[in-house]
Design a protein around this ligand. Structure first.
Ligand code: SAH
Ligand code: SF4
Length: 418
C-alpha cells in the first residue's frame, strides 16, 4: 500500500482520485455560472441569440433546481444541444478530496481546486455543514487562506492565498448538497459516511438540508467582493437554489469600503468580527483595525443599507482568556454598540495546534453574557461545533498545510516501510 503524502490528513478522511481525472482544462465547468455567463457559453457553441434566453432558463433549472451532474440528465434540452455542451463544457464541481463527520453531526469537506496555472500545485479549501433542529447551515470559504493574519485564527497562519472564483463559491454549496443528497429527486449521499457518532442529518421542515449560508469559512469575503457578490446572487436567485438573502450572512473583519456595497449590491445579512472594544487591543487581534479603526467601522455599520431592528448586524466577539473577557470589556461593548440594531454573538475561542491563546473560562463567559443580556441584547454563546474535526470557527486551514515537518517525515517513513 502506498500513502499519498499530499492527501494524507487527519484520521477519518477518505482519499479520492487525483485532480487530473476531474478537471479538464479544455472543458470548463458551467456549475456556478450566472445567467449572463451561461448565455455567453451558449453563444460560444453557436446557439443563436434569439434562443439563448430560453436555453439559459433550461440550464438554470437543471443546474440549480435539480442539481444534475451531467448534461445527459437535462432531458428537456435537445439531444444535439446536450452533445454540443458536452463537447465544450462540463458541470463538474470542486473535487471532494475527503469528508469528515464530527461526533456532533457536523460535516467537513476538503475540496481541491486547480492552482492558478495548470502546472501549479492544486489548492484546497474547506466547507463545513452544521445541522441543527429546523435548519442546516453551510459555512463557505471565499479564499484559499487569508491575507489578514488575525493571530487567534488558524486560517490566518496559512501561507498560500488566492481568491476563489464565483463558480468555486457556488460550487461549495452544490458539493454539499450533492454529498448530503439535498437535491429533489436525486439519490441519497454519494460519499461513505465516516467518523464517530451517527452523523445523522435531519431534513428541515421544508425538506431541505442546507437552509442557511454563512461566509465564515476560510478567507475575508470582502477582499474578494465581486466573486462573493456574483456567487451569492446565483445562490439567492428565486428560480434556482433560492436561499433567501435573509438566510445568507457575510462575515467581515471590517473591510469598511465594501460594507455599504454588500448591502447595496448583494442585500444579505452582515456579521462583523469585532473581538475588542479598544483600538489598541483590536489593532493586535484584528490587524486590519490599523487601517479601519473601530469608530470608522461602526460608522459603516450604522449606515448599512436595509438595517432595521428586524434586520440587525451580528457582532462577533471571540472569548479569549485574560485578553478581552473582563466585565469592563462587556460594559464597554454594550456602550459602543448603543443605537445600532445589533445582535452579539459570543464565540468561545476554538483552540488549534500551536496557538498562544486560550478560551475564557465558562464562568467568565456566563458573566460576560449576562452584562450583554442585561443591556437588552440576546447574547447567545455560540456552541462550538465540530471541534473534534477542526471544523469550528477559525480552525480551518488546508489540510496539507496542517502537517508539520515532523508529521510529514513520519508519514514518509511509514510509506517507505510498507
Ligand atoms: N474573515 C472573516 C470571515 C471568516 S472567520 C472574518 O474574520 O469575519 C469567521 C469568524 O470566526 C470570525 O468572527 C473570526 O474572527 C472567528 N474566528 C477566527 N478564529 C477563531 C477561533 N480560533 N475561535 C473562534 N472564532 C474564531
Ligand atoms: Fe482572515 Fe477572518 Fe481569520 Fe482574520 S479571522 S485571519 S480576517 S479568516
Amino acid at each position: 500500500m502506498s500513502i499519498n503524502l499530499e492527501a494524507a490528513v487527519a484520521p477519518g478522511f477518505v482519499e479520492k482520485a487525483p485532480l487530473e481525472r476531474y478537471v479538464d482544462p479544455d472543458r470548463p465547468s458551467l456549475a456556478g455560472r450566472s445567467r449572463a455567463e451561461l448565455a455567453a457559453a451558449l453563444g460560444e457553441i453557436g446557439v443563436p441569440p434569439a434562443q439563448r434566453k430560453m436555453r439559459v432558463q433550461q440550464l438554470w433549472h437543471w443546474l440549480y433546481v435539480r442539481g444534475v451532474t451531467t448534461f445527459d440528465a437535462m432531458t428537456s434540452v435537445s439531444k444535439e444541444l446536450r452533445a454540443a455542451l458536452e463537447n465544450r463544457f462540463t458541470v463538474a464541481r470542486p473535487e471532494v478530496v475527503a469528508e469528515q463527520v464530527s461526533a456532533d453531526g457536523t460535516r467537513k469537506w476538503l475540496l481541491r481546486l486547480p492552482g492558478e496555472n495548470p502546472r501549479e500545485r492544486p489548492h484546497e479549501v474547506e466547507c463545513v455543514y452544521i445541522p441543527e433542529t429546523g435548519r442546516g447551515t453551510l459555512c463557505v470559504s471565499s479564499q484559499v487562506g487569508c491575507t489578514l493574519n488575525c493571530p487567534f485564527c488558524h486560517t490566518g497562519t496559512q501561507r498560500l492565498v488566492r481568491n476563489l472564483t464565483a463558480g468555486e463559491i457556488v460550487g461549495q454549496i452544490m458539493v454539499a448538497r450533492d454529498c448530503l443528497g439535498d437535491w429533489p429527486g436525486l439519490p441519497l449521499p454519494t460519499l461513505p459516511r465516516l467518523g464517530r457518532g451517527n452523523g445523522a442529518v435531519v431534513p428541515t421542515d421544508g425538506g431541505r438540508l442546507v437552509t442557511n449560508i454563512v461566509m465564515m469559512g476560510m478567507g475575508e469575503p470582502l477582499y474578494n467582493f465581486e466573486a462573493v457578490r456574483d456567487a451569492l446572487l446565483v445562490v439567492a436567485d428565486n428560480e434556482g437554489i433560492a436561499i433567501s438573502r435573509r438566510k445568507i450572512t457575510v462575515s467581515t473583519s471590517g473591510v469598511v469600503p465594501n460594507i455599504r456595497r454588500t448591502g447595496d449590491e448583494i442585500g444579505v445579512m452582515l456579521a462583523v468580527s469585532l473581538h475588542a472594544v479598544r483600538d489598541d487591543l483590536r489593532d493586535e487581534l484584528v490587524p486590519l483595525n490599523r487601517k479601519y479603526p473601530i469608530e470608522t467601522l461602526l460608522d459603516a455599520c450604522r449606515n448599512y443599507p436595509g438595517l432595521t431592528n428586524a434586520k440587525r448586524i451580528t457582532f462577533e466577539y471571540v472569548m479569549l482568556k485574560g485578553i478581552n473577557d473582563s466585565l469592563a470589556d462587556a460594559k464597554a461593548l454594550v456602550r459602543l454598540l448603543a443605537g445600532i440594531p445589533a445582535k452579539i454573538n459570543l464565540i468561545p475561542f476554538n483552540p488549534w495546534p500551536g496557538t498562544r491563546y486560550e478560551c475564557s473560562d465558562w464562568e467568565t463567559i456566563e458573566k460576560f453574557s449576562e452584562v450583554v443580556f442585561d443591556a437588552g441584547y440576546s447574547a447567545p454563546v455560540r456552541t462550538p461545533r465540530g471541534r473534534d474535526i477542526l471544523a469550528a470557527c477559525g480552525q480551518l486551514k488546508s489540510a496539507t498545510e496542517k502537517l508539520s515537518a515532523r508529521e510529514r517525515m513520519a508519514l514518509r517513513a511509514m510509506a517507505m516501510t510498507e
